[in-house]
Design a protein around this ligand. Structure first.
Ligand code: GDP
Ligand code: GDP
Length: 439
């Protein structure tokens, strides 16, 4: 459990540059990968005295056409609700901007800890650039995300904020003993998340019911089922609905993302009758990109007209083809259809996430795969694979050592990934593959 820190700011101020600098490990690893998206939005900062989870809200943009002023205010609003502290990134070279002032005003009123990161201060001699930002009335730290200037100072200040918050880092194993498998129900309002939690809980008594996280209405519910312990994390839906304003009810991608990070498995609940909306699609692609283990529950199938269920299933299969490994179940909280399989499925995926494969088996699989289907010739050269190794679990992560990663195009990379999935029984979990040159 890490404190969540959100990066907000106007476009082009350097949020993603800063994000990449702080998330050092992942960047180094992705550096020589062909065709891998660099725009991660969630990362863990471990180089700091107090580790934290960093969310780049710039990556959460839902509506591409929206004007950015409105958008950054919404980002700020979401960040205030969902994070422990906020880094407002501003452009030191560009100078103070009216939008920065407006955002700063909202942030001051929220009483959340905020650091204004004055970026593009590319060295000590440029520190003057920061002075005009004192007008924002918030604590400042000048940095250069591109060159690394003063970044250690930034990390120290963030650590100090985390200390002031009194954040308690739980021990992961202890946490797991206490909570069992942690499951997050996510999705748009009214899809049926709380009904689903309630239907699964039934009359069973909660063992623990405590308030966790930073949102006032976020509740974790722990229960037992056939000798196994489970926790529904951040079950916002279990609160009393009537008192919550529309504003809080609105779909929050940041909230969903944060809940998935606190959980081990996410269940994306969709309304069978509404189909996959643009927001749902955005969330699916984020979950896929972030390698989150998840299940899609297409709910309210009791409302489907007779004989239409097959058509609905075809529609969702087609819509979700970007993540073919993700299991889709069809549920109704009214009739209980499909609900019995949910927790066993979550257990299975979690077990897959922890698969470890020995080097011997890995390399036999690699040889078989290459023999069966040679890498294509690209510009008169062919990728030559040396060996394969597993570097991590949760998700299972495999690194192929190859003469030149540029020669591995996405279709061949997909082929290899599928071969690994078949050979190791990785049917539903996310997995990560990297191609590295070995000189
Ligand atoms: P974002 O839209 O806020 O995520 O901004 P980016 O990280 O994409 O950066 C926008 C531009 O600012 C890019 O051209 C970066 O190279 C540049 N930039 C980012 N950080 C620095 C910095 O510390 N110094 C300078 N001079 N340029 C920077
Ligand atoms: P949440 O906002 O995602 O937590 O959604 P709720 O659980 O509050 O459900 C929203 C509405 O959909 C409520 O009126 C529920 O009674 C209804 N609902 C939930 N699940 C089902 C279902 O499987 N079938 C039908 N017909 N209605 C459902």
């Amino acid at each position: 459990m890490l404190p969540t820190i959100a990066l907000i700011g106007r476009p082009n101020v350097g949020k993603s540059t800063l994000f990449n600098r702080l998330i050092r490990r992942q960047k180094a690893l992705t550096h020589d990968l062909p065709g891998v998206t660099r725009d991660r939005i969630y990362g863990e900062v471990r180089q700091s005295e107090r580790p934290f989870a960093l969310v780049d809200t710039g990556g959460l943009v839902l509506d591409e056409d929206q004007n950015f002023e409105k958008e950054i205010l919404e980002q700020a609003h979401e960040a205030i609700q969902e994070s422990h502290a906020i880094l407002l990134v501003v452009d030191g070279k560009g100078g103070l901007n009216p939008v920065d002032e407006q955002v700063a005003r909202d942030l001051r009123e929220s009483h959340k800890p905020v650091l204004v990161v004055v970026n593009k201060v590319d060295g000590y001699e440029k520190e003057d650039l920061a002075s005009e930002f004192h007008a924002l009335g918030l604590e400042l730290v000048p940095v250069s995300a591109a060159h690394g200037y003063n970044v250690p100072e930034l990390l120290e200040r963030v650590s100090a904020i985390i200390d002031e918050l009194g954040f308690e880092y739980g021990d992961e194993e202890e946490e797991e003993d206490r909570t069992g498998l942690r499951v997050a129900m996510i999705g748009r309002p009214n899809a049926g998340k709380s009904s689903m939690c309630n239907a699964i809980l039934g009359e069973r008594r909660f063992i623990v019911s405590d308030v966790a996280g930073t949102t006032r209405d976020s509740v974790d519910v722990t229960f037992e089922r056939q000798g196994h312990r489970y926790t529904f994390v951040d079950t916002a839906g279990l609160r009393r609905k009537t008192k919550i304003s529309d504003d809080l009810e609105r779909f929050s991608v940041l909230r969903s993302l944060k809940a998935t990070k606190q959980a081990q498995i996410a269940v994306l609940v969709l309304d069978a009758m509404e189909g996959l909306t643009v927001q749902d699609k955005k969330l699916v692609s984020i979950l896929d990109r972030e390698k989150t283990p998840f299940i899609v529950a297409v709910n309210k199938i009791d409302l489907a007209p007779k004989g239409k269920l097959e058509e609905i299933k075809r529609y969702f299969a087609e819509q979700l083809r970007i993540c073919p490994h993700v299991p889709v179940i069809y549920t109704s909280t009214m009739t209980s259809a499909g609900l019995g399989g949910l927790l066993p499925l979550a257990e299975k995926i979690w077990a897959e996430c922890q698969i470890r494969v020995t080097t011997g088996v890995l390399n036999r699989t690699l040889q078989d795969a290459i023999t069966r289907h040679q890498p294509p010739v690209i510009k008169r050269r062919r990728a030559k694979f040396y060996y394969l190794t597993q570097t991590d679990i949760k998700p299972p992560t495999f690194v192929f050592f190859v003469n030149d990663p540029e020669l591995v195009k996405s279709s061949y990379s997909r082929y290899l990934e599928n071969q690994l999935r078949k050979s190791f029984g990785l049917k539903m979990a996310p997995m990560q593959v990297y191609f590295r040159s070995s000189h």
